[in-house]
Design a protein. Structure first.
Length: 278
């Protein structure tokens, strides 16, 4: 008997759900609703919002009036300040509260520190925004190979991208602690920890894992990495990517999804897998 199990913690997190609700609410109030960059890292959900009149703009200078919803990952401080000068533009801040907390910490540390290490992906929008709050004092460390960029100072302050792997964060902290005294701000959100923990647990009990989420989603890519270390794993955005032969001789199928993956996509993919195996 083949069975499908869905990870206990998967799909939308609090911050993403909040952002979607804010965007949908204001879309009923105005015909000119925009997000600067995608609101979340899920192309299918962004397209669904687009059909509701919520347009993605990548050049903020083109937004002259209307309502602008700030994405969950946050935006750079200089861009926020520039947008705030436009009195014809109403800004709805949908930045995840956990990301906002990390921004506030970096901003406070920039006044007292010589060096702030941010453990995260250099090009991820959240990390780019975090760096902008650091007054030029931030160094982004993705992995142990980047630690050589960290300078020895009296104290090194360390902050994390909210969707980082706890193991990667801990490994990097241990290495930096060999250089100087450290002050740690573990800003990995609980939703990230819960999703990674439940995905790892499920991956160890099944024959195959399907990880659902945007290919541009950092937290989804980490779920894929975690599951891949335990079992055969595939990262997909939609059911169109599924191949029937993945499930040959597989009895237990596990499913998990990134924090930006809506329930309707998870349900559609589960239904498609059921038609293949049952």
């Amino acid at each position: 008997m083949k069975i499908i199990k869905i990870a206990e913690s998967s799909g939308f997190c609090f911050g993403v759900r909040r952002a979607i609700e804010l965007a949908e609410k204001v879309s009923q109030e105005s015909d000119n609703v925009y997000t600067f960059g995608p609101l979340i890292h899920n192309p299918q959900e962004v397209e669904r919002l687009n059909k509701k009149g919520i347009e993605v703009i990548n050049d903020y200078s083109k937004i002259q009036d209307g309502i602008l919803v700030l994405r969950t990952h946050g935006i750079e401080l200089n861009v926020y300040n520039k947008l705030s000068e436009n009195k014809k533009l109403k800004i709805i801040d949908a930045t995840c509260p956990f990301v906002k907390r990390a921004q506030d910490i970096v901003k406070e540390l920039s006044d007292i520190s010589q060096q702030i290490v941010i453990v995260g992906e250099k090009t991820h929008p959240e990390v780019v925004a975090l760096v902008s709050y650091g007054k030029g004092k931030c160094i982004v460390v993705e992995n142990k190979n980047d630690i050589e960029k960290v300078k020895k100072t009296d104290i090194i302050y360390i902050v994390s991208q909210t969707t980082q792997s706890p193991k990667n964060f801990d490994d990097i902290v241990k290495e930096i602690a060999k250089i100087s005294k450290v002050k740690i701000y573990n800003t990995i959100c609980k939703a990230t920890f819960d999703r990674q923990s439940s995905a790892e647990k499920l991956a160890k009990s099944v024959d195959i894992m399907i990880v659902i989420g945007g290919k541009n989603s950092g937290n989804t890519r980490r779920l894929f990495q975690i599951c891949s270390s335990a079992v055969e794993t595939y990262h997909i955005e939609s059911g169109d990517e599924i191949k029937n032969d993945w499930f040959t001789n597989k009895q237990k199928i596990g499913i998990t999804a990134g924090a930006s993956t809506p329930d309707w996509i998870i349900k559609n993919i589960k239904n498609k897998i059921e038609k293949i195996i049952l």
